[in-house]
Write a protein that binds this ligand. Structure first.
Ligand code: E4P
Length: 227
């Protein structure tokens, strides 16, 4: 399963990319606005830090302008993925841009029917928003299960299921069990994934016991140099 980071905050991206566990990034107009920086500048910087696909979203609503915006965004770096909304115009733009060999992420997906259309339009990724479905008392993960099941029936569909609007680690675990290809998550959720109180407690007791032995794996001289 690939892990994307869902933010335009470059400090957060640098910090988490340093672990080597990030495979890509996603942004949207809200996240770009929150960064307070020019879009092209921030996307270029993210592309230089994150090795894989970096989604940059168009803001036009009619297909021809979406295509023009998509071409401009794709020219920023080779790993830009053009993000288009799941509308009739968005799908038309997806078809054109994917036909030109550009990666396209179709976003704001809330039904399996929409996901079928995105695959037919040649999308590289479909982004179903699980958290926003949960917010309105629907079952976000049920949608992931449906899309994964449908896509598996058609080996000619090359679209990857990119689980978006993730709110907590349970979403990621459930998505992984279902075989979703990618999860994009805010930095806070990535950090939550690392944490477990029994890990902290266990480590504290291991280190306390180790200290009592007076030993150092690197030897005392090396340990001092490493500090
Ligand atoms: C995905 O590409 C979107 O940017 C994101 O996951 C939206 O999440 P939200 O519902 O928390 O805004």
């Amino acid at each position: 399963m690939k892990f994307f980071i869902d933010t335009a905050d470059i400090a957060e991206i640098r910090d988490l990319a340093a672990t080597g566990l990030l495979d890509g990034a996603t942004t949207n107009p809200t996240l770009i606005a929150k960064s307070g920086r020019p879009m092209a500048e921030v996307i270029k910087e993210i592309c230089s830090v994150v090795p894989g696909p970096v989604s940059a979203e168009v803001t036009a609503t009619e297909w021809e302008t979406m295509v023009a915006e998509g071409r401009k965004l794709a020219a920023i770096a080779p790993n830009v993925t053009v993000k288009v909304p799941l509308t009739k115009d968005g799908l038309r733009a997806c078809k054109v841009l994917s036909g030109e060999g550009k990666m396209v992420n179709v976003t704001l997906c809330f039904s399996a029917g929409q996901a079928i259309l995105a695959a037919k339009a040649g999308a590289s990724f479909i982004s179903p928003f699980v958290g926003r479905l949960d917010d309105i008392s629907e079952d976000g993960m049920k949608l992931i299960e449906e899309i994964v099941t449908i896509y598996r029936q058609y080996p000619n569909f090359k679209t990857e299921v990119l689980v978006a609007s993730i709110r907590h680690p349970r979403h990621i675990i459930d998505a992984a069990k279902m075989g979703a290809h990618v999860a994009t998550m805010p930095p806070s959720v990535i950090r939550q994934l690392y944490q477990h109180p029994l890990t902290d407690k266990g480590l504290a007791s291991f280190l306390a016991d180790w200290k009592k032995t007076g030993q150092s794996i690197l030897g005392n001289a090396n340990a001092a140099a490493a500090e």
